[in-house]
Design a protein around this ligand. Structure first.
Ligand code: GMT
Length: 386
C-alpha cells in the first residue's frame, strides 16, 4: 500500500489567516510527497505558481433564476464528493467550520465512511458564529461528526467546548511559519523609499474588522509618537479603515500614518517594523504576530484568546488588557528607548518562532492525525518523495 496520502483541502482562498495556514500546510504536504487537492471557489492566494503534487478544483455555482441566494454550500459539498471519488481521496481537511465542515459532512454521506474528515477550527467560526443561534446546532453537528477536530489554540479548544457543549477530543494544532520564508529581511532600501528616515515603525496588519480594534492602534500610536518620533504603517483593508482615517486627521497625524493596502510579500513588509500592534478584542491565535516574531519583530497585543499562548510577556512582546492603549503605549516606549532590550527581544522572537512554531513539527502533527483517523501507522521515518 502506498504510504503517501491523497488529501483534499478546503479553505477560504482569498483572505485571512485560516486560508494562509491551509495553503501553507498544503504546500508542505505536497513537498513531502502527498497528493493535495484544493477544492475552493478560487485559487488560494498564497499558492503562487505551479507546485508538484498540488491540484486545484474550482467550485462553480449555478446562478439559476429561482435562486435568491445561489447555493454555494451545496455545490461545494457536491464538488467535494466528486473530487473525493474521482481522485480517491483518503482525507478531506476543511479549515473553518462554516460552511466547510458542514459541506464535508454532506460529502462524506455521498462518498462513504472510508472518506475521513478533519476539521480545523480557526477562531471566528467559533468565537463569533457559534454564538449565532441560526448556525449553532449545525456547527455542533459538523464538529461532532468530523473524524478529527483540531483548533489553533488551547483557548479556542476551551471556548469550543463551552459555547457548543462539546466533549469530544480536539487536537491542539498551533499555527506555524515556514522559516525559509519568514526571517528578518534587509529593509534599509525599502525604508528609504518610504522616506521613514530615523523614525521608529509601528505596524498593524489585519482585515480591519471590528474585532481587531484598529482604533486602539491609533490611540496608542498618538501616545508613542509624542515621546518617540515614529510612523504608523497599516497593512490590509477592511470595514474599519474609513473610521480610523477620520480619527488620524483629528489627531493631526496624517503625515505620520501610511496605508499600504493589501501586500503579498509580508515577510519583507513586516521586517520594516520595530513593533507590531495587535490589540484585538478576540484572537484565537494571531498568525500575524507569529509571522512578525519569526522576522524578529515583537508584538504588543491584548491579553485575550490565544495571544498569551504565543506572546511571552516581557520576552517576545507585551500583553495589555483589551482597550488599555496607555499601557500598550508605555510598553512600546519602554522598548523603543532601550536598544539592548529591543535587541534581546528580537533574538527571543526568532528563537521562539523557530523552536516552538516551526513548520516541520506542525506538519508532522497534522500527518499523525490523518494516519490516525485512517487507522494506518504513520510511516517512520516520515516518507520523503521528490
Ligand atoms: O483574523 C481574522 O479575522 C481572520 C481569521 C480567519 O478565519 O482567517 O483568522 C482566524 O484564524 C487565524 C488562523 O488560524 C488566527 O491566527 C486568527 O487569530 C483568527 N482570528 C480570530 O480569532 C479573530
Amino acid at each position: 500500500m502506498d504510504t503517501m496520502l491523497k488529501i483534499g483541502i478546503t479553505c477560504y482562498p482569498s483572505l485571512g489567516g485560516s486560508g494562509v495556514v491551509a495553503t501553507e500546510l498544503g504546500k508542505l504536504l505536497a513537498e513531502k510527497g502527498h497528493e493535495v487537492h484544493f477544492i475552493s471557489h478560487s485559487v488560494p492566494f498564497r499558492l503562487g505558481t505551479f507546485h508538484k503534487n498540488i491540484f486545484y478544483h474550482e467550485v462553480e455555482v449555478n446562478d439559476y433564476y429561482v435562486f435568491k441566494y445561489p447555493p454555494y454550500d451545496l455545490t461545494l459539498a457536491n464538488k467535494m464528493a466528486q473530487v473525493a471519488k474521482m481522485q480517491q481521496l483518503d482525507v478531506l481537511h476543511v479549515h473553518y467550520a462554516v460552511p466547510h465542515a458542514v459541506c464535508a459532512f454532506l460529502a462524506k454521506q455521498m462518498v462513504g465512511e472510508h472518506l475521513k474528515v478533519v476539521t480545523t477550527l480557526h477562531g471566528t467560526d467559533i468565537t463569533v458564529l457559534a454564538q449565532d443561534e441560526s448556525l449553532k446546532d449545525l456547527i455542533r453537528l459538523a464538529i461532532n461528526e468530523s473524524d478529527a477536530v483540531t483548533a489553533v489554540s488551547r483557548d479556542l479548544i476551551r471556548e469550543t467546548r463551552e459555547l457548543l457543549d462539546i466533549t469530544r477530543d480536539i487536537d491542539l494544532t498551533y499555527n506555524f511559519v515556514d522559516k525559509r520564508v519568514y526571517y528578518p529581511r534587509e529593509i534599509q532600501q525599502l525604508c528609504d523609499d518610504f522616506g521613514f528616515g530615523d523614525d521608529r515603525i509601528i505596524m498593524h496588519i489585519s482585515n480591519f474588522r471590528p474585532v481587531k480594534r484598529v482604533g486602539d492602534v491609533v490611540e496608542a500610536f498618538a501616545r508613542i509618537n509624542s515621546e518617540v518620533p515614529s510612523r504608523l504603517v497599516f497593512v490590509g483593508e477592511g470595514p474599519d479603515l474609513p473610521k480610523i482615517q477620520w480619527r488620524i486627521q483629528e489627531l493631526g497625524l496624517t503625515e505620520r500614518v501610511h496605508f499600504l493596502g493589501k501586500q503579498d510579500d509580508i515577510p519583507q513588509v513586516i521586517s520594516m517594523a520595530d513593533i507590531l500592534m495587535l490589540p484585538s478584542e478576540k484572537e484565537s491565535f494571531g498568525l500575524v504576530a507569529l509571522e512578525a516574531m519569526a522576522c524578529g519583530v515583537p508584538t504588543i497585543g491584548s491579553r485575550t484568546g490565544g495571544i498569551p499562548e504565543l506572546i511571552v510577556h516581557g520576552e517576545t512582546g507585551y500583553l495589555s488588557s483589551i482597550g488599555d492603549t496607555e499601557d500598550m503605549a508605555q510598553h512600546a516606549i519602554q522598548l523603543l528607548t532601550n536598544p539592548a532590550l529591543m535587541e534581546q527581544m528580537r533574538q527571543n522572537c526568532i528563537t521562539r518562532a523557530t523552536q516552538e512554531f516551526g513548520n516541520d513539527t506542525m506538519m508532522e502533527k497534522y500527518e499523525q492525525i490523518y494516519y490516525r483517523v485512517l487507522g494506518r501507522p504513520m510511516p517512520t521515518p516520515s516518507p520523503v518523495r521528490g
